[in-house]
Structures are given as structure tokens and as C-alpha cells.
Design a binder for this molecule. Structure first.
Ligand code: HEC
Length: 232
């Protein structure tokens, strides 16, 4: 045994097995303590950061922004919806269920704190009965949601939601009517006649409606578009 080997041998002897006193190499220590330090920073940034309201990039945020991006893409499909009765009726039809679901998501995110998850009312009025304070027609729903009511007791959503979200939320609210769920508040406002149920019951396309001049979205134009696609 060479002398330097002997110097490095530990006194400890176990069944004739001896060991050298080899310190852990620096690089291994750096990796070990590096990961410990990294884990603390990582934990603070991703777990505690969001709780403190810092803008840490988290999986949840990535998901939310991907979802928002996806919604923008899908909105490109339907263009900008008009806030009129025909559009609301159209988006309450069973074929447009997936769009009503977007309205439902808007409602669940922004409205249920005041109107309850099922629409039966809390701070705000019951949206499932036939009585309304500031609504007489379907399109009034969009107006109330966009502009608010009662000096902000019902907030204005025009600057917080996409115009299509306003229309789809209105369609969803309209669809909640008729369940007459019991709520904590008495019926408020006046009884309003039932919503028109079919697009054909809406004012005729050429009627001088408030939005005269714009081309109404109708089933015919959609049918023509499909027919045009087929002939290509
Ligand atoms: C901060 C609480 C609050 C939030 C959040 C809220 N509302 Fe309201 N909402 C009210 C109140 C209060 C009224 C009643 C206003 C009044 O007295 O005229 C109201 C009225 C309404 C009305 C008219 C009801 C009627 O009887 O005329 C509709 C429709 C409505 N809200 C839909 C919505 C939608 C959709 C959202 C989410 C985008 C929403 N609200 C979010 C409090 C709220």
C-alpha cells in the first residue's frame, strides 16, 4: 500500500473492509444544493406567487390564456353577433348548444355571485321567473348586461366582456327563464310576455327595426352559403 493511500485511509475497519476518505466532489455538491435552492425558488414562484397576486406564469394561467385564445379563434367563426332578437333566438336553438355553453361560462364566471348559479337570485333579481325590472324584450337583456342598471348595482359589462360574450350571456340568461326557481327575493318588476320562440316569430327581416340597414343573419343566407360550398 502506497503511503498516500495509507494517509487517506480512515481508521474505521469493518470485517477487514476499510475505506478511503474521499470527499464528495464539488460538482456533485453543486448539483445537490443547486436543486435544493432551485426547488425553493420554484415553489415560491409557482405556488406562493399566484397567492400573493404576482404575475407568475403558472399552468393555470397558461391554460386560461390558451382558452381565451381558442375562444377568439372560435369567435372568428361567427363574426360579431348582433344584439337583436333574431340573433338571441337563433343562439337559443338546440343546434347552437355549444355557443349557449359559452354564454353559460360567462355567466358562471361573472354573474353567479349576484344572481346565483341557477339564476334564482341573490343580490340581483331572480332570472328564472317571468318578472323583470328593466327588461321587456330579448334584446333588452343585452342592453342591461352591457350598460348595467340601478346605478351600478348591476354592473355594466360592455368594457369587460367581448361583444359576443354579451350576446351569448344574454341568450343564456334568456334560456334560464321559465324554471321559476324559488329564490331569496320576491318577484321584482313587471311580468313580461313570453320570449318569442322561433326565428320566424321575430320581426320580419324587412320590418323597420332599430337595426334597419344591417343585413340580418337568417337561416336562408346560411343555407345559400352551404349550397354554394357544395357546388364548388
Ligand atoms: C354585483 C352584483 C351583480 C353582478 C356581478 C351581476 N349582476 Fe345582474 N343585476 C344585479 C342587480 C342588483 C340587478 C337589479 C338592478 C335593478 O335594481 O334594476 C341586476 C339585474 C340584472 C338583469 C335585469 C333583471 C331585471 O329584472 O330586469 C339581468 C338580465 C342581469 N342582471 C344579468 C346579469 C348578467 C348576465 C351578469 C354577468 C355578466 C350579471 N347580471 C352580473 C347585480 C349583479
Amino acid at each position: 500500500m502506497k503511503t498516500d493511500e495509507k494517509d487517506r485511509l480512515l481508521d474505521h475497519d469493518f470485517d477487514g473492509i476499510q475505506e478511503f476518505d474521499n470527499p464528495i466532489p464539488l460538482w456533485l455538491n453543486l448539483i445537490l444544493f443547486g436543486t435544493v435552492v432551485f426547488s425553493v425558488v420554484y415553489y415560491m414562484y409557482f405556488q406562493i406567487g399566484p397567492l400573493l397576486g404576482t404575475n407568475g406564469w403558472t399552468v393555470v394561467e397558461a391554460y386560461d390564456s390558451a382558452k381565451a385564445e381558442n375562444l377568439r379563434l372560435r369567435f372568428a367563426e361567427i363574426g360579431e353577433l348582433k344584439a337583436d332578437e333574431a340573433t338571441l333566438i337563433e343562439y337559443m336553438q338546440p343546434e347552437k348548444r355549444e355557443w349557449l355553453a359559452v354564454g353559460q361560462t360567462v355567466y358562471k364566471t361573472n354573474c353567479q355571485s349576484c344572481h346565483a348559479a341557477n339564476g334564482s337570485g341573490l343580490v340581483g333579481p331572480n332570472l328564472t321567473d317571468d318578472h323583470y325590472k328593466s327588461v321587456q324584450t330579448l334584446s333588452d337583456l343585452v342592453t342591461v348586461i352591457a350598460d348595467g342598471a340601478a346605478n351600478g348595482a348591476m354592473p355594466a359589462w360592455r368594457n369587460r366582456l367581448h361583444p359576443n360574450e354579451l350576446v351569448l350571456a344574454a341568450a343564456y340568461v334568456a334560456s334560464m327563464r321559465g324554471q321559476n326557481l324559488p329564490g331569496p327575493r320576491p318577484a321584482e318588476g313587471k311580468e313580461v310576455p313570453p320570449w318569442p320562440t322561433a326565428v320566424s316569430e321575430a320581426p320580419a327581416d324587412d320590418a323597420p327595426a332599430a337595426d334597419a340597414g344591417e343585413t340580418p343573419r337568417t337561416d336562408t343566407s346560411e343555407a345559400e352559403a352551404t349550397a354554394a360550398e357544395k357546388t364548388e
